[in-house]
Design a protein around this ligand. Structure first.
Ligand SMILES: [Mg+2]
Length: 405
């Protein structure tokens, strides 16, 4: 049985989400920008009016305003993006529970069943497209095909607010002529390797010699050929079978370069609190702590250290991070950004608690304290309670850092 998979990609998501909540802005040139004062003042997204003035993503606000003096600049609103993303996903879930998010603005939706066809898939795609537009005020492009890769490629072909069906003949007649880099997984480096072998189009890749490609790209070579031929068979994951994270990190760019250990520690504590909130939600313990530093010249470093015992206590993680930071003499130069990440995550079981530790009472007290802090924040909001040491933290966890949110 052939699969029927939709890939739904919200168009120009960050700008559209902002405009959906502010219809009066629709006719003005609008850009979502990082905060200029906090040194990440670049254009993160723009609407079509701003685009017509030549405003580009990733240029500085200053450059953008030179081209478009009346540009309205707005800060990103991650809470709004997340809410809207969830609202759209709820619409997808009315059609299938096999909904697999890919970033905040994309999802695969699998509707395979014995009576399903690509033509029926197209009808469903149009229903979804209309509901998203009417109920959420943003538009979506949908690709409909028999593999995840081709559905994803399809959602890129016509946009905004459009549906593209890729059946087997469309694959051979149209998609085969497109460059390999249109395929998910073909980044810059594999594209270069493929070029060196005379493989330029998806059709070239589909016809390539498998052994030669595996020789150059390893197992990935085989995966790529399968993708190009429309033979990859991966199913879309169920929305409700949640995958546990492999690492959890928080990082931030500081308002001014960090030059003192106290400043770094304040940031590490706040990051660790965020990390532990997520660890507890997932019922995980961290086995290894890593820190990340970035100098003013954008030189990045990462150091890591195993913890004595797996933990979900924020002060334990923050202290281990700080020790690692001092040991590696990280403040020999001022730092633009810092981050903490935990890896080597294991499921928390009742048996492994406390008995492992000699200072069980101390740990129990710390756990109770952290639980109470969490309860208060859940009740009265994230900013209701802060450790005194964090009040003047200059590297706010909400500002952009190294790790994908
Ligand atoms: Mg998108």
């Amino acid at each position: 049985m052939d699969r029927v998979i939709l890939h739904c990609d919200l168009n120009n998501f960050f700008a559209s989400a902002t405009l959906a909540g502010n219809p009066t802005l629709k006719t003005l040139p609008v850009a979502i920008c990082g905060d200029a004062k906090k040194r990440h003042g670049i254009v993160l997204a723009k609407n079509t009016v701003a685009k017509s003035f030549g405003v580009l993503t990733a240029e500085t606000i200053w450059e953008a305003k030179r081209k478009c003096p009346d540009l309205v600049t707005l800060p990103p609103n991650y809470k709004l993006y997340e809410e809207l993303s969830k609202k759209v996903q709820k619409i997808y879930l009315d059609f299938s529970d096999r909904v697999e998010p890919f970033g905040i603005d994309e999802c695969w939706v699998e509707i395979t069943n014995p009576n399903m066809t690509l033509a029926l898939g197209e009808e469903i795609a149009n229903k979804i497209r209309n509901r998203v537009k009417n109920e959420c005020g943003v538009t979506v492009s949908v690709g409909v095909s028999f593999t995840k890769t081709l559905a994803k490629l399809g959602s890129d072909i016509k946009k905004p607010d459009a549906v593209t069906v890729i059946d087997k003949s469309y694959l051979k007649n149209v998609i085969y002529k497109r460059p390999c880099s249109d395929l998910l997984l073909v980044g810059r480096s594999p594209a270069k390797t493929l070029k060196s072998m005379g493989i330029f189009t998806i059709g070239d890749l589909a016809a390539a010699n498998e052994t030669a490609l595996i020789g150059k790209l390893g197992k990935n070579g085989q995966t790529l050929i399968k993708m190009a031929r429309g033979e990859d068979t991966e199913a879309v994951k169920s929305y409700f079978e949640h995958e546990k994270p492999k690492s959890i990190g928080h990082s931030a760019t500081a308002e001014n370069d960090l030059t003192e250990e106290g400043e770094v520690f304040a940031a590490f504590i706040e990051f660790s609190e965020g990390i532990c909130y997520k660890l507890r939600k997932e019922n995980l313990l961290a086995g290894t702590v890593a820190i990340h530093t970035l100098t003013g010249d954008f030189e990045g470093r990462e150091y890591r250290t195993p913890l004595e015992a797996p933990t979900d206590l924020s002060m334990t993680i923050a202290k281990a991070a700080m020790e690692l930071f001092k040991k590696n003499n990280c403040l020999s130069v001022p730092l633009r950004a810092v981050g903490v990440r935990v890896v080597n995550l294991t499921e928390k079981t009742d048996a492994m608690q406390l008995s492992l530790f000699e200072n069980a009472d101390e740990i129990k007290a710390e756990q109770n304290l952290e639980k109470e802090i969490l309860d208060i924040r859940n009740k009265y909001g994230d900013n209701s309670l802060k450790r005194a040491v964090c009040i003047n933290n200059k590297a706010k966890p909400s500002s952009p850092g190294f790790y994908k949110k």
